[in-house]
Ligand binder design. Structure first.
Ligand code: SAH
Length: 214
């Protein structure tokens, strides 16, 4: 499938909607206007790619709603030199958005079918994170730590300790916390052991599963 003027027109409308819904960061809006979301979805659903909704991808997972992707990315306050760790690669759409801002992106997925599918897609589209890893995101990725920013795109009951540890002092971690419904939470590391914690509204994510790589 290709990217066409029709897709671009739909993306323009989506971005206007995100603006109305409160996304302000012009860099984030520009990137969402550029990344062809339809290429990250199953062909049967590609016609809906520019609806502001989550859709099923492989392995019972979902591609996040564009508003959620924009909201989490805005909260990260990314700079072009930030090293970022993403937990829950899924379709790779959020990864592509992060790569629009910084080249230093590490991303982890625990579902092997999805990992392989997205690996092929990345090759096809020329999308090159620093590393695309198959593994348990609860453990983070120590080898490239510390990170300026960490983004978790699955729901966790509480923040994984390893992720807080792998954050730089001054760094930020965005994670949806909770069971049936989640509260978007941002941790800012103020010293080796201290964190500021801010909360930003309710969302629904698929669960972040621990020790269950398959
Ligand atoms: N950003 C993705 C969101 C996918 S949904 C997108 O927009 O497409 C969340 C993803 O987190 C799923 O792919 C799920 O398999 C993955 N996930 C859940 N628990 C995980 C864990 N412990 N480690 C890594 N990935 C995990």
């Amino acid at each position: 499938m290709r990217d066409t003027p029709k897709h671009q027109g739909q993306r323009n409308q989506l971005v206007e909607l995100l603006r109305k819904k409160g996304i302000k960061d012009e860099i984030v809006l520009t990137i969402l206007n550029q990344v062809p979301r339809h290429l990250f979805m199953d062909t049967a659903l590609a016609n809906f790619a520019y609806e502001d909704k989550a859709y099923p991808i492989a392995a019972d997972q979902t591609i996040s709603q564009p508003y959620t992707v924009a909201f989490q990315t805005e909260l990260l306050q990314l700079s072009s030199t930030d090293k970022v760790l993403e937990i829950g690669t899924g379709s790779g759409y959020q990864t592509a958005v992060l790569l629009g801002i910084t080249p230093f992106v590490y991303t982890i997925e625990r579902q092997q079918t999805l990992f392989k599918k997205t690996q092929l897609l990345f090759q096809k589209l020329g999308i090159r994170p620093k590393k695309h890893l198959f593994g348990d995101g609860y453990l983070g990725f120590e080898a490239a730590a510390p990170y300026d920013k960490i983004i978790v795109t699955a729901a966790a009951p509480e923040v994984p300790k390893a992720l807080l540890k792998q954050l730089k002092i001054g760094g930020k971690l965005i994670i949806p916390l909770g069971d049936k419904e989640q509260i978007m939470t941002r941790f800012t590391k103020t010293s080796e052991t201290a964190f500021d914690r801010e909360q930003f509204g309710h969302f629904r994510f698929v669960p972040m599963l621990e020790n269950k790589i398959k």
